[in-house]
Ligand binder design. Structure first.
Ligand SMILES: Cc1cc2nc3c(=O)[nH]c(=O)nc-3n(C[C@H](O)[C@H](O)[C@H](O)COP(=O)(O)OP(=O)(O)OC[C@H]3O[C@@H](n4cnc5c(N)ncnc54)[C@H](O)[C@@H]3O)c2cc1C
Ligand code: FES
Length: 275
């Protein structure tokens, strides 16, 4: 059995620049790791520190892929590394999205900014499930069109796999012209919800983004009829151990690292300081 506190060596396999200060990093750990969407790993750089990150895809050929924003000291150091360098990886940690609740249901994925990263992992898991029935609707908001992560891929998927895709941006000198029936509007992502027709009671929703997004959308989803037990959001907190031992991530008596980071709205309502 692997020790959850002991990092395994992982080769930095590929770095793909995306939007400003957001790169796609893929890592090949020396021991294979299984990761479900919403779970996270802890990346450590010897002599610098570590940080938690979720994957933005299914594990493919042993590779764990994450979209990582240059945010502070450790991610800054990661951005200075090159392909072939070695980092430490611990995990997988936490509880991810319950995929069984997305089966035979319409799936509504709502992302803000970098929140698209873990939801992309969920999206790919849903698409890889060939027995799954139901619509897949993706609403994604960002500050500007250039900051919409995975934009081309999402548009392509909407054409090939009939994902219903709508973008919103806070600001744009010019809105991008998008293929197919993809829409991009100026406004907030929750405004896209108002234009949508779907069977609320047969829908499972996943939301990921900044706290402001959670504040305006989680209760709204419940209000329009999606059962609170089928509305999921993923939380971010500063972490250390990742396994419920250091108490660094405790909110209202729950460990974000171990009991989450994915919680449903019934649970979130009881966690008063969660959002
Ligand atoms: C479950 C989980 C999943 C995540 N997934 C992703 C992901 O997919 N991609 C991604 O890019 N990031 C992700 N993160 C966030 C990532 O872990 C943080 O951005 C991490 O802090 C970066 O480490 P750093 O040392 O580079 O930056 P830090 O030095 O930790 O700084 C990051 C930001 O936090 C601010 N900050 C620093 N110290 C404090 C403090 N004490 N209190 C409040 N703010 C402070 C800084 O000003 C800076 O803006 C995830 C976090 C969690 C918990
Ligand atoms: S990070 Fe240590 S208890 Fe959650």
């Amino acid at each position: 059995m692997t020790d959850a506190l002991q990092p395994v060596a992982a080769v930095l396999h590929e770095i793909v620049p995306m939007a400003e200060d957001n790169h796609l990093f893929s890592f090949l750990p020396e021991q294979p790791m299984a990761l479900t969407p919403g779970q996270f790993v802890e990346i450590s750089l010897p002599g610098v520190g570590s940080f938690p990150v979720s994957s933005c895809d299914q594990v493919r050929n042993g590779l764990i892929t994450s979209c990582i924003r240059r945010a502070g000291r450790v991610t800054e150091a990661l951005y200075r590394l090159e392909e072939g360098d070695v980092v430490g990886l611990r995990g997988p940690f936490g509880k991810g999205f319950p995929l069984e609740l997305f089966r035979d249901q319409d799936a509504l994925l709502i992302a803000g900014g970098l929140g698209m990263a873990p939801l992309r992992a969920l999206l790919h898991a849903l698409l890889d499930d060939h027995h799954r029935k139901g619509r897949i609707i993706v609403l994604y908001g960002s500050r500007q069109p250039e900051m919409l992560l995975f934009r081309e891929e999402l548009v392509q998927l909407s054409l090939e796999r009939q994902i219903e895709l709508r973008f919103s941006v806070d600001f744009a000198e010019e809105l991008p012209s998008l293929a197919g029936r993809v829409v991009c509007k100026i406004g907030l992502v929750n405004e896209l919800l108002a234009e949508l027709e779907f069977a609320q009671r047969n829908t499972t929703a996943a939301v990921c983004g900044p706290p402001a997004l959670y504040n305006c959308i989680l209760e709204e989803l419940a209000l329009i009829g999606i059962p609170a037990a089928k509305i999921f959001a993923t939380l971010e907190r500063r972490m250390r151990c990742g396994v419920g031992e250091c108490c660094h991530c405790v909110v209202s008596g729950r460990y974000i690292c171990k009991d989450g980071p994915v919680f449903n709205l019934e649970q979130l309502r009881k966690m008063t300081e969660a959002i």
